[in-house]
Structures are given as structure tokens and as C-alpha cells.
Design a protein around this ligand. Sequence first.
Ligand SMILES: Cc1cc2nc3c(=O)[nH]c(=O)nc-3n(C[C@H](O)[C@H](O)[C@H](O)COP(=O)(O)OP(=O)(O)OC[C@H]3O[C@@H](n4cnc5c(N)ncnc54)[C@H](O)[C@@H]3O)c2cc1C
Length: 338
Amino acid sequence: MQTSHETDIVIVGAGPVGLFQVFEAGMLDMQCHVVDTLDAIGGQCTALYPEKPIYDIPALSVVEARDLIDRLERQASPFAPVYHLDQQVVRLAGEAGNFTVTTSTGTAIACKAVVIAAGCGAFGPNRPPIAGIEAFEEKGSVAYLVTRKEDHRGKNIVIAGGGDSALDWVLALNGIAARIQVVHRRNRFRAAPETVRRFEALVESGEVERVVPWQLRGLEGSEGHLEKVVVADLDGRTKSLEADLLLAFYGLRMELGPIAGWGLNLERNLVSVDPATCATSTPGIHAIGDIVTYPGKLKLILSGFSEAAMAAHDIHSLVWPDKPLRFEYSTTKGVPGS
Ligand SMILES: Cc1cc2nc3c(=O)[nH]c(=O)nc-3n(C[C@H](O)[C@H](O)[C@H](O)COP(=O)(O)OP(=O)(O)OC[C@H]3O[C@@H](n4cnc5c(N)ncnc54)[C@H](O)[C@@H]3O)c2cc1C
């Protein structure tokens, strides 16, 4: 059944940058609906690294990714955003001042402007090509992210991969897991030098086992409950590692998805915008955060926050054509209920 809504701005993507767009729009009296494919807000922060510390958010010397999202949600809440989660924006029709955004569940939202804050598009993990892996994923004995370290206390864990994510999780789960074996198809690891140094120290002290150069070959267990991870070397010899959890970190698969078909100027799968306003090549559509490109663009949360402020100021004349924009500090204007 189709449900219909009406608002000023539809934000595609509820990552950190999309959430801050709600605040910036709200400060200029514009109401937002926010759509996300995932079933929770927070984008990469929630889906990929909720328990990791972030050190480069201004004025927060350190903040866990999950906590940052809670704070952004609270900051946006006085402006009563409406979230439509677990649904992808699949269609965008109309023109500046009169768009209709349609989602995969049939929700239709009429709006005056659209802000694309879709990060790297619809993202998902690169899965190892192992037959029958889905049954183990369903039971949680194969996973591609860690949402709560404590859930893995006392487990026998095989971590596969040779980059930052794999080794970061080795360090984070050491002391929580009963045993960690790290499978990588090369002898060298590609993580930050300090991370590799700490990892090597754990291997040296016998706290973590390094299984190189081997690669994943198969999984053994029953009804999705993992018992062994089978690995193979370059000569095709195999051996089995006892495990009740496989964490595989082979990078992210990123797809622009339906956004690629909206007629926007794209550059290497990113949306080109005017860096002064974050306007795209289509009037009424702005883009901010990781999905955009312009000379000097940094894929950082703090850059996305600034882009949200610029986009809101540029959209104002579309939503309020008869109301001149008066630049005001938040200290002067305040927020509803303050
Ligand atoms: C391990 C790791 C550590 C990091 N550490 C830092 C750090 O220390 N500091 C820093 O500044 N940055 C860091 N980053 C990068 C940071 O997470 C990103 O810059 C940030 O998440 C970008 O925010 P965003 O809102 O633009 O996009 P995202 O967080 O990617 O969110 C985009 C959202 O859009 C949704 N979406 C996409 N397409 C659609 C569609 N068609 N319909 C509906 N929804 C859609 C996605 O589901 C997603 O939830 C890190 C990233 C990783 C992976």
C-alpha cells in the first residue's frame, strides 16, 4: 500500500551528515523527512564501526561512533524529522519546488527540495566466495562487522583479511575472545604501521595466531553453527581451524544504486557539486557528505557538517521564496524548546 507525505526537504541517507542536515535545515525553518536503506540511523558509523573512537570531531576530543550518532539525533530532534528506515529511495520525479521521492516500500514523499547524503551509496561487505556461506551468516557465525564486542566474549574467532579493519578488530577483541586466528593470503599486512606493530607484538607473545599465507576455502558446521574454517595455501593444501565465529574483512562493495539514474553530473561514481552551495547540476537537488566530489573534497564527517550548512542556506530561497534569508547565529536564534 502506498503512503503519502509532504515536507520541505527529503534527505536521502541518515548517516551523520544527513542527520546534521536536519538540524541545519531546521534552523532555517525547513522541515525534513529522512530515508535510509538500513534499519537504523547513523550510516557507516552505526553499520561499520559503532564502538570505535573518533578523534576529529571538533570540541569532542574523543567520541564513540555510536555516541556521535546519538548526539546528532538529539540535536536534530527539536525539528521533528520523520525517519523512513529499511527502505531505499528508488525514484525521484518532478522539478525544483515540486519533487516526489518514492521508496522501495511504496512510500511517496512530496517535497520542494532533495538533499542526497547517501555516503558511498548502498554499501555492503565483499563476501568471501564460499558455497553455503548464507546459512552461517543467518545464524551470526559469519559476520562482516562487530556491533558489540561483548557479544563475542569467550569465542574462538577466525578473522580474515589483511587491512586496517581486520587488524583493528584483532586488537579490539584481544582479551575478549578466547582465541583469535588471523588468516591472510599474504605474509605482509596492509594496515597502519602502528596497528601492524601492535598486532605483531600480540603474535610474538602468543596471544594471537597468524595463519599466512593461507586463504579461506570452506566452512564446516551444522545448521549454520560454525565448527571449523577450512583454509588453503597456494599449493592447494588445506587445513581446518576450529572456530565458532568467522569475521571477514574484505572491504566494502559500494554502489550508487538508483541515484546513478537521476541525471546528475557524476565523476567516478560520485556526485559533482558546486563547492560554494553543494548544488548539483539539477536545480533543487543538493548533495553532501561522502557522496560528493569537488576540488579539495575531504571524506570526513566534519567536512560533511559544513556542507550541510551551505546546502541549507542555498535551499532556503526555494522553500521560502518570499522570505529573505537573514543570516543568524544559533546563539541569537535558539532552537525550539530552548
Ligand atoms: C572504519 C571507519 C572509520 C572511520 N573513521 C572516521 C573518523 O575517524 N573521522 C571521520 O571524519 N570519518 C571517519 N570515517 C568516515 C566517515 O564514517 C564517513 O565520512 C561518514 O560516515 C560519511 O557520512 P555520510 O552521512 O556522508 O554517509 P554514510 O555514513 O555513508 O551514510 C549514508 C547513508 O545513506 C544510505 N543510502 C545510500 N543510498 C540510499 C538510497 N538510495 N536510499 C536510502 N538510503 C540510502 C546508506 O544506507 C547510509 O546509511 C570512517 C569510516 C570507516 C569505515
